[in-house]
Design a protein around this ligand. Structure first.
Ligand code: IPE
Ligand code: IPE
Ligand code: MG
Length: 241
């Protein structure tokens, strides 16, 4: 491993982009790229475990991805059900606790029950919290949190909103990686990325490997996170007031 434990980010979030282009380059249907994407994700989970990363959050399907051709959308739904049937055993063997983050109302009963079953069967695992954002949008999350507070008659503050968000069980991401070369957030964790370090990779998601993860971690380790303070305050020469 190229990085030392002290500089490994606790929470890594990933926009897994580029499956379609990976397939297109090989004259394959887009869904073939998504299948390779599942394998890349599986390897990525193992790499995170090996590096002592505590939380991995991935963007698997956005609120806007419903606008894709219907065969791609249904192919992605089938792929999730299939991947869970294949992988839940290995998640349990490796201490991975899976969560699905997003609006479940639009899913079929078959998809919903696969998500619930995977979550309940891995709920006691402690090595890695693995959040799969599936029918997720950052704007959806902020709106649903505000609606929750309003319906309870609670005051809207940064803290109460934060606690009502779908990701309230984990601290904010330290590092955001986006593969596929696009330099945008695409409605991912809008609230939680406020102070995350950003890393953009030209690799297409099916090609993402341990070496690329280590590059992102090394970039993270070389950054100075200031959270609004001056460099002198951060280096300990001046105490924050
Ligand atoms: C990301 O890959 C996976 C999903 C959005 C479901 P894409 O399918 O967006 O791949 P590109 O961007 O077309 O290459
Ligand atoms: C972002 O990728 C969503 C996921 C990776 C699930 P998109 O491919 O949907 O993003 P845009 O459309 O290029 O912004
Ligand atoms: Mg894309």
């Amino acid at each position: 491993m190229a990085t030392s434990a002290s500089i490994v980010p606790h929470h890594v979030a990933i926009v897994m982009d580029g499956n379609g282009r990976w397939a297109k380059k090989r004259y394959l249907p887009r869904i073939a790229g998504h299948k390779q994407g599942v394998d890349a994700l599986s390897r990525c989970v193992k790499a995170c475990l090996a590096r002592g990363i505590g939380v991995l959050t991935v963007f698997a399907f956005s609120s806007e991805n419903w606008n894709r051709p219907s065969e791609e959308v249904s192919g992605l739904m089938d792929l999730v059900v299939l991947a869970l049937a294949k992988k839940v055993q290995s998640l349990n063997a490796n201490g991975v606790q899976i969560h699905f983050i997003g609006d479940r109302q639009r899913f079929s009963e078959r998809v919903r029950s696969a998500l619930v079953q995977a979550e309940s069967s891995t709920a006691n695992n402690q090595r890695l919290v693995f959040n799969v954002c599936f029918n997720y949008g950052g704007r959806w999350d902020i709106a649903q949190a505000a609606q929750k507070l309003a319906s309870r008659g609670e005051a809207i503050t940064e803290l109460s909103l934060d606690r009502a968000m779908a990701m309230s069980h984990v601290p904010d991401p330290d590092l955001l990686i986006r593969t596929g070369g696009e330099l945008r957030i695409s409605n991912f964790l809008l609230w939680q990325l406020a102070y995350s370090e950003l890393y953009f990779s030209d690799k297409l998601w099916p090609e993402f490997d341990e070496a690329e993860l280590d590059k992102a971690i090394a970039a993270f380790a070389s950054r100075e996170r200031r959270f609004g303070q001056t460099p002198e305050q951060v280096s300990g020469l001046l105490h924050p007031t």
